[in-house]
Ligand binder design. Sequence first.
Ligand SMILES: [Mn+2]
Length: 330
Amino acid sequence: MREPFASIREALLNARCWLVLAHEKPDGDSLGCGSALVRRAEVLNKDVIWCGPDEIPEMYAFLYGIERYEVLESVEVPKDSVVVAIDIASLGRTTELLVGENSEDVLIVNIDHHGDNTCYGAINLVREEASSVAEIIWLMYNEFGWEVFSEEALGLYVALATDSGHFRFSNTSSQTHAVAAELLRIGELDPQKIFTQIYENRPIRKMRLWGKAFIKAELHLSGRLCVCCLTNGDFEECGAKKEDTEHLVNEFLSIKDVMTAVLLVEDENGTKASIRTREPVDAREIARIWSGGGHVRAAGCRMEVPVEEAKELILKEIGAIYAERGYLIK
Ligand SMILES: [Mn+2]
């Protein structure tokens, strides 16, 4: 077995308790993989804590073991446990780990596919070419010689499907499809049913919010940039929740000629920006201006200014990048 798989296997089998971490605003990848690991921990008779700093979007409520998920700002790491961080580029993006005196004893296994992962774990399994963490966990199980249970297949398939935009984003490869095919077979899963559970199960408030967002969207930079601002007032008017924006930003990238789509949402400390780009625009380069990060085609950051001000900053910075790189010339 190749490194670091051997050391991860050892860490998982030796621990008494698995502490499975999801990132803030948990998505399908984080939750689907977490669900799979919770199932595995149960089968191996391990104690398990599954947590993250934010609530789970309702559309993932059908995942195995979801009732075990806890929303925690911080968590005490039990003795003899292994921390498994999933899809988390840096530790600041998840529940704070309280470790007491022997902080060096905390064993963190970091499994991720963000190119800007800070490799904070004792063991780091970071594969940027993978469409999702699910694809990496699939590989890991194969290396371990672990057969996948049907509940795990469901979690991993949901993770793979949502992180690849249902197999349409640039991170989708033949490997992504190959793994999906295996998961469907092993779990005897119905892809149509899963699609319905995730995407055709929307509350009307979400549609109203998306409608509002479509009306408020603006085109700039000769139609190559789409920006949309959503304030707390917009959410109140629609009776919507913050989780209702998941997947919304991708819609703006479907507009003809748009190379960058930015969704700006008001939050407690200012504005949360979600950025999606087409080749050759680098979403991570933009997010980094405000200390954010992510992937080349999908990134995000927090901006400590109100949404309207954030929009002006976005226009200025992306305008400068477009001008410098000649993205405005046809
Ligand atoms: Mn992911």
